[in-house]
Design a protein around this ligand. Structure first.
Ligand SMILES: Cc1ncc(COP(=O)(O)O)c(C=O)c1O
Length: 365
């Protein structure tokens, strides 16, 4: 039996989706990449489809392929780039794409022609991120080439926001203005579009205006936002809890060390518990000697370095036995929150959950 689990609360996922719909007033492209932000792409996608999510979004063909293999028949958008050797699969799997690589689009057009189909394209406008998308000053030339591809149908337009979690909305407003200009040009060239989308999770909760009819929330679906402040002002409910149990209790005498490389030296006699949860489950090694787990509602400091399979915590003075529940990540009241962990690890909340490894059992409630 696996003692370490990610408990995913699907009721909270459903609740979050309703909040996102209310807040955005748009249809939803649910972003389920990176194994559904660590929660399990197939299970979460089923919940989202059941809630009527109009489209799912992943960057890579192999992620979409996995969804199709598990029986997902709904609309899927590939938000990432594409290679020429993937275009046939795109047609076979009936995926919508955002790539702006002309050679790939030419191949996609050919592949669609061979199957007597039309490939559906959302034009990704790069309004400043300098990642995916066509830059506005290249848009007109891009449109001219696109017009020659008879088996591509332009159905959507999107951009990605750089700093939508920022209190200062100037950069986001500039991006949206740039996007609106591009949208006008695209609709003049190809007619009214069915899918117009700019907003990630933070933009939805930071109340930013946009000409969109779809949003692309990722992290909000799972109950989190990029910052603690934004999350605390929202009605989102965290859907993910990490738990384990005590597997051994031992006494450490003053002057003894704990774990690899003598990173902890006991200043007094202490009692420690061995918890079968380590960086080999996705817990950050950076929390060595500075993180904490919760046992019986008490915060127990990590002593020594986090190991691949185990972490040791100080339980001195507590009545703790083998088998007691340990909260690795909780809601911040019982157990450190995703924000407590990511801040101590000097990273972002996204990294904490997308690093959860397959070795961890995922339990859906
Ligand atoms: C293109 C695109 N859209 C939407 C999202 C969802 O972002 P978030 O998880 O911040 O809502 C991402 C995630 O990075 C993305 O790359």
């Amino acid at each position: 039996m696996n003692r370490s689990k990610a408990i995913i609360n699907t009721k909270n996922i459903r609740h979050n989706l309703r909040i996102i719909r209310e807040k955005s007033g748009t249809k939803i492209i649910g972003i389920v990449k990176a194994n559904g932000y660590g929660t399990g792409i197939n299970e979460i996608s089923k919940v989202l489809r059941d809630e009527g999510v109009e489209m799912l979004g992943v960057p890579y063909v192999h992620e979409a392929q996995g969804l199709r293999e598990k029986g997902d028949k709904g609309e899927i958008l590939l938000t990432g780039t594409l290679s020429e050797d993937e275009v046939e699969e795109v047609i076979n799997l009936d995926l919508q794409v955002c790539t702006v690589n002309i050679n790939v689009l030419r191949s996609l057009n050919e592949a669609a022609k061979c199957k007597n189909k039309k490939a559906l394209l959302h034009i990704f406008v790069d309004t400043g991120m300098n990642r995916e998308g066509v830059k506005p000053h290249n848009l007109e030339a891009f449109i001219v080439v696109l017009k020659t591809f008879e088996h591509l149908k332009i159905v959507g337009c999107l951009t990605h926001l750089i700093s939508s979690d920022d209190k200062d909305k100037t950069q986001t407003k500039n991006q949206i203005a740039e996007f609106s200009n591009a949208l006008d040009k695209i609709e003049k060239a190809f007619g009214k579009l069915e899918y117009i989308h700019t907003h990630n999770s933070a933009a939805i909760f930071n109340e930013i205006e946009s000409p969109s009819n779809f949003s692309r929330p990722g992290i909000a679906i799972y109950g989190f936002l990029p910052t603690r402040e934004l999350q605390s002002k929202s009605d989102l409910k965290p859907s993910l809890k990490l738990v384990s149990e005590v597997s051994l209790v031992k006494h450490v005498s003053k002057g003894e060390t704990v774990g690899y490389s003598n990173k902890y030296i006991a200043k007094n006699d202490i009692t420690i518990a061995l918890i079968p949860f380590g960086y080999g489950h996705g817990f950050p090694w950076a929390l060595s000697n500075c993180g904490s787990f919760s046992i019986k509602n008490k915060s127990c400091k990590i002593v020594g370095s986090v190991c691949m399979d185990f972490t040791m915590v100080d339980i001195s003075g507590l009545d703790v036995s083998v088998g007691d529940e340990v909260i690795i990540m909780g809601d911040g009241i019982t157990g450190d929150s995703i924000y407590d962990i990511s801040e101590k690890a000097n990273t972002i909340p996204y990294e904490i959950i997308t690093h959860l490894l397959p070795r961890l059992d995922r339990v859906y409630i």
